[in-house]
Write a protein that binds this ligand. Structure first.
Ligand code: PGA
Length: 261
């Protein structure tokens, strides 16, 4: 795992946006897997700024979603489809046809999950998958004890995740759906490069367990240890419980060939 400690969320966003821009320069139609939640917003802002400045042409890039709530009415502003359209697809000047995600309002949710895994494979696989991390160590909506080999499927959210996400629903936990579709951990591990961003002290325990703990389904993000190219970008607060923080700083500082990630 590459662990990069940055001063703050803005610096993390800039570093990851540059990695995405570099990928798109190499492969203009790259399939970029995006994450929702508040953590990745600085990445999308930095990437949109690069597009606006002409530093990268992202017009052929393709975007895919990591997860989705089940049961929100189509077009609900907090459905992840709406969030990704608003935060990523529109600011990058892409059109909706370049964007794929699981159908959380499908009549047959199970079939929609299988169809999404198939669609990702048929699209050639994800080139770079962004990830956040839950305070309980989830990636996507793979809650603790998710199978490390899981495929895209329906999951039930933990109470902790519903509490954490209530802020997007006027602080009202009753409005947070109980069920979601999420790419499985096995699905996520198929992306060519995984990039997890974590910021703030609230993520410090989950980050330490992910990076320095054993691979265990009780900490779903620890599955990143199984991936040949996984990068964990953390600010100082999220890094505060890493025993190897100095080693990670030293390693990164001594990789002059590393232009970004
Ligand atoms: P957050 O969510 O970025 O809003 O903290 C992360 C996650 O739950 O994966």
């Amino acid at each position: 795992m590459e662990v990069v400690i940055v001063p703050d969320a803005t610096a993390g966003g800039e570093l990851i946006a540059e990695a995405m821009a570099a990928l798109v320069r190499r492969k203009p139609d790259a399939l970029l897997g995006v994450a929702t939640g508040s953590t990745p917003l600085p990445i999308y802002e930095a990437l949109a700024a690069k597009v606006a400045a002409g530093a990268v042409d992202a017009s052929r890039a393709r975007i895919c979603q990591l997860d989705e709530y089940v049961g929100l009415p189509a077009g609900h502003p907090e459905s992840y489809r709406s969030v990704v359209l608003r935060e990523v697809v529109e600011p990058l000047g892409l059109n909706e046809s370049s964007f794929m995600g699981p159908d959380g309002s499908a009549e047959d949710v199970q079939a929609a999950c299988v169809a999404y895994d198939k669609a990702l494979a048929e699209a050639g696989g994800v080139d770079l998958q962004l990830l956040g991390i839950g305070t309980d160590g989830h990636i996507g909506f793979n809650e603790p004890c998710s199978s490390l080999a899981s495929r895209t499927r329906i999951k039930t959210l933990t109470e902790q995740t519903r509490v954490d996400n209530a802020r997007f629903f006027d602080g009202d936990i009753e409005q947070v759906p109980h069920h979601v579709i999420t790419q499985g951990i096995g699905t996520i591990l198929e992306a060519r490069h995984l990039v997890l961003l974590a910021t703030g002290e609230g993520k410090a325990d989950a980050v330490a367990a992910t990076v320095e703990g054993p691979v265990a389904s009780v900490v779903p993000a620890s599955a990143l240890q199984l991936h040949p190219h996984a990068t964990v970008v953390v600010d100082e607060a999220a890094a505060s419980k890493l025993k190897l923080a100095d080693y990670f700083r030293h390693t990164y500082a001594n990789k002059p060939e590393w232009q970004g990630l």
